[in-house]
Structure formats: C-alpha cells, structure tokens
Design a protein around this ligand. Structure first.
Ligand code: G3H
Length: 237
C-alpha cells in the first residue's frame, strides 16, 4: 500500500520526497477539490523530482497531477494534459465532470491509445449508486484506465464518514479485480490509516490531515508527514 500526498510547491515536494512519500500529487490546494497547479510551479517540482531520482536511483516516486474540477472543451483538455505530460507528470487525475463527459471522450481515448496513465476520480455520491459504480468501473477498465480513486469535495468529514465501509470495500475489490489501481482519499487523518489499510487499497491519499491546523490550504506539517510515513510503514510490514 502506498502513500499519496498532494503538494503545491517545491518546498512541500522536497519535504515529501525526503520523507519517502511514494506518490506526489501536484494540486492547487487553495480551492476546489482537483484544482490544477500552475505550470511554472509544476515544472519546478518536476525538476526537483528529477534531481531526487538521480540522487536516489532506487526511488520509485511517481508524480500525478490534477487538471481542474472541470474543463470547457477538448482543446482545453488536450492543452492541460499535454503540458503536464511533456513536463514529466506520470499520471493524470480526472474528475467525473471530465471522465464522464461524452464531449471529451475522443480526446481521452487518444491519450489512452498512447498509453497515458489516467485515474478516474469518483465522489462519495457516485460510489453510493452501486449499479452506476459497477458499470463505470467495468467501462473504465475496458477503456484502459490505469486506475480509479474516491476523493471528497466536502473536507469537513473524512471519506470514511461519507461512504459506508461495505461500499468502500466493494469499490476497492471490484476495481482491483478489473486490474485498476485503486486509491482512497478525502479529509483523512492519520488515525484513519488502520481501518483503511484493512481494506487494502493500492494507495491512500492525504492533504488536510497533514497540514498545519488541518487546513488543506495551509502548509504541510513536517512532523505530521513523518508520523504518517512511519505509521504507513509499520502497517505495511
Ligand atoms: O488526492 C488527495 C487529496 O488531495 C486529499 O486531500 P484531503 O486530504 O484534503 O481531502
């Protein structure tokens, strides 16, 4: 099980890299749920990741990026994705407003055809619609998506309070049975790790719970990050 941490600056990325975080998620954490990070900042972070990989050849750190909570056109989608992939992002995370949009499918199919790794993000409400969730997971797998995850918009409650355990388990198990990498995120605290780890997602995502005053727009706390990395490593042993 891996740890994903959303970062919004070179200093946060460097902190996460030195702590040994597996998945760096480039995201503007000042608004929305999947807001995209400025390209200049993204490029600077990717440069720091390249330096880290050179200095630590055994590092398996992977970089994902969000591209916004919505997208107006195929041209805009292509431009946002191209910019990040060319800069060195490994995985693009898409909200349902994009991965479900019939007008954007041609562009998404083109990226999938070029083996670009895409993650489709589900909201708690979308998981609650069991038939919809089953149907979409099968479709995404057939289309060649790399993975899926659940993340929340309302950050006042953890995802574990917004989705019942049975549904979360079903989502994780069905996705994995369809060869989709699956992640769980949304207002999580370190104390949620134990329960979630029993469900065996491929990764668990954090932001708010690792920030000063638990506010996702504040900076990452170095001590919270270290505590989480250590806890994760204990759980995974
Ligand atoms: O992708 C992971 C999210 O950025 C998690 O953010 P959050 O812990 O603030 O919900």
């Amino acid at each position: 099980m891996q740890l994903l941490v959303s970062v919004n600056s070179v200093s946060e990325a460097s902190l996460a890299l030195s702590a040994g975080v597996d998945l760096l998620d480039l995201k503007d954490t000042t608004y929305g749920a999947l807001a995209m990070l400025d390209m200049g900042v993204s490029q600077a972070i990717l440069q720091a990741v390249r330096h880290h990989r050179i200095a630590h050849p055994a590092s398996t750190v992977t970089v994902s990026a969000t591209i916004g909570d919505d997208c107006a056109s195929m041209e805009q989608l292509k431009q946002r994705m191209d910019a990040r992939l060319e800069a060195g992002v490994d995985i693009i995370k898409l909200p349902a407003t994009i991965w479900l949009d019939s007008d954007l499918q041609t562009t998404l199919q083109r990226f999938l055809g070029h083996q670009v790794s895409l993650i489709a993000v589900f909201s708690p409400a979308e998981l609650a619609e069991h038939a919809f969730m089953h149907e979409k997971l099968a479709e995404l797998s057939a289309k060649g998506y790399f993975g899926v995850m659940v993340d929340t918009i309302d950050k006042h409650m953890p995802v574990t309070a917004q989705v019942d355990q049975h549904t979360l388990r079903a989502f994780i198990q069905l996705a994995q049975s369809l060869a989709l990498t699956v992640g769980v995120a949304g207002g999580l605290q370190v104390s949620d790790l134990k329960l979630l780890s029993l469900m065996r997602p491929d990764y668990i995502g954090f932001r708010s719970g690792l920030c000063e005053q638990q506010q996702r727009k504040n900076c990452l706390s170095a001590s919270m990050l270290m505590t989480t990395v250590e806890k994760m490593s204990d759980i995974c042993q």
